[in-house]
Design a protein around this ligand. Structure first.
Ligand code: GTP
Ligand code: MG
Length: 135
């Protein structure tokens, strides 16, 4: 079994899609290990998205992710990292995410793509420590 960090980003929380996302995670058979609605400060945002530091969209990404409450969750199950990335769909909600995925069903713009999921075991370990040091 494997763990991954999932976020419902400020656009998803603002649009009332928390239940939709949690429902899809549960129906897939993945388990919730930790769950918290929280404000994201500049420092946490920078550390979370450190791999994108220096890219042209880094500033607007930080502004976006700190713009409202985020639902953070640790999700567990067999191949949880890939399983959630599949539920989420590709990064661009129109060009990459298939209909039937969270981003494909509810998103339109690459920045406002509703959810985050860790992209590798190394990322998952780093991100879970960052968001839920006690878990
Ligand atoms: P995350 O799960 O949020 O990490 O998304 P991802 O792994 O599918 O994509 P990636 O890590 O490459 O990018 C992180 C986030 O930056 C994306 O989810 C988008 O919100 C945003 N982003 C990525 N590429 C672009 C871009 O070209 N323009 C803008 N404005 N935002 C982008
Ligand atoms: Mg990513």
């Amino acid at each position: 079994s494997e763990r991954t960090l999932v976020l419902v980003k400020p656009d998803g929380v603002e649009r009332g899609l928390v239940g939709e996302v949690i429902g899809r995670i549960e129906r897939k058979g993945l388990k919730l290990v930790a769950l918290e609605l929280r404000e994201v400060g500049e420092e946490l945002a920078k550390q979370h998205y450190a791999e994108h530091d220096g890219k042209p969209f880094f500033g607007s990404l930080l502004e976006f992710i700190t713009s409202g409450k985020v639902l953070a969750a640790v999700v567990e199950g067999p191949r949880a990292i890939s399983a959630f990335r599949q539920l989420a769909g590709g990064t661009d909600p129109v060009d990459k995410a298939a209909p039937g995925s969270i981003r494909g069903d509810f998103g339109l713009e690459v920045q406002f793509n509703l959810v985050h999921g860790s992209d590798s075991p190394e990322s998952a370990e780093r991100e879970i420590k960052l968001w839920f040091p006690e878990v």
